[in-house]
Design a protein around this ligand. Structure first.
Ligand SMILES: O=C(CO)[C@H](O)[C@H](O)COP(=O)(O)O
Ligand SMILES: [Fe+2]
Length: 216
């Protein structure tokens, strides 16, 4: 399972130091939350931050767009250094086109669904995506509690993946800690984003702890 530390919970006063700790850790991804104050009630980072981080990190940049009109932003984040670009199903009526454009830019395309969104509505894009992100909290903030009934959704998605032979990875985001990561893995998740859990302690140690519990 891939661990993706979310820099939303990093120390913004000393971001470089935290990024260096992530570099040394076993994490394979760096999760970057982009919030526009409209799609979610919070603001975070823009493409310039992604561009700066690209100079100091070798991790896979997993950019989670929580924005209205994602089509306006995908090229900017692709140019800034994103490797994976995640767009919310709820953010556009033309999400198939958005996902296709991400692929045309040479990036991995990810569809993201909010807790209230059923997987049935994304069935038609499953053959073209590289990742599906199942939100396990309502997006907008770090440090929220994991929504337990998302485990059924992850398991259903994993069943569909096996039934149709799809290759996408299943990612989970929100409320991930030593306990919830094990449940997500059992349900079929392949990538776990963790923000507050990782940055509340020693970064390298916390990433290792998450890896250790899922290996047991
Ligand atoms: O997308 C997000 C919030 O919208 C973050 O990635 C997520 O909340 C991570 O934070 P935590 O692990 O503290 O829940
Ligand atoms: Fe996120």
């Amino acid at each position: 399972m891939i661990i993706a530390p979310s820099i939303l919970s990093a120390n913004i006063n000393n971001l470089e130091e935290d990024i260096q700790k992530i570099e040394k850790s076993e994490a394979q991804y760096l999760h970057i939350d982009i919030m526009d104050g409209h799609f979610v009630p919070n603001l975070s980072f823009g493409p310039n931050i992604v561009q700066s981080l690209r100079k100091i990190s070798t991790k896979v940049f997993d950019v989670h767009l929580m924005v209205e009109n994602p089509d306006e932003w995908i090229e900017k984040f692709a140019t800034a250094g994103a490797d994976v670009i995640g767009v919310h199903y709820e953010s556009s009526p033309h999400i198939y086109r958005t996902l296709t454009e991400i692929k045309k830019l040479g990036k991995q395309a990810e569809i993201v669904i909010n807790p209230a969104t059923p997987i049935g509505v994304i069935e038609e894009v499953l053959p073209i995506v590289d990742q599906v992100l199942v939100m396990t909290v309502n997006p907008g903030f770090g440090g929220q509690a994991f929504i337990e009934n998302m485990l059924d959704k992850i398991a259903k998605l994993d069943d569909m993946k096996k039934k149709f032979g799809y290759q996408f990875k299943i990612e989970v985001d929100g409320g991930i800690n030593e306990k919830t990561i094990q449940k997500c893995k059992k349900s079929g998740a392949n990538i776990a984003v963790a923000g507050s859990y990782i940055f509340a302690g020693d970064i390298e140690d916390r990433v290792k702890k998450l890896n250790d519990v899922i290996e047991d």
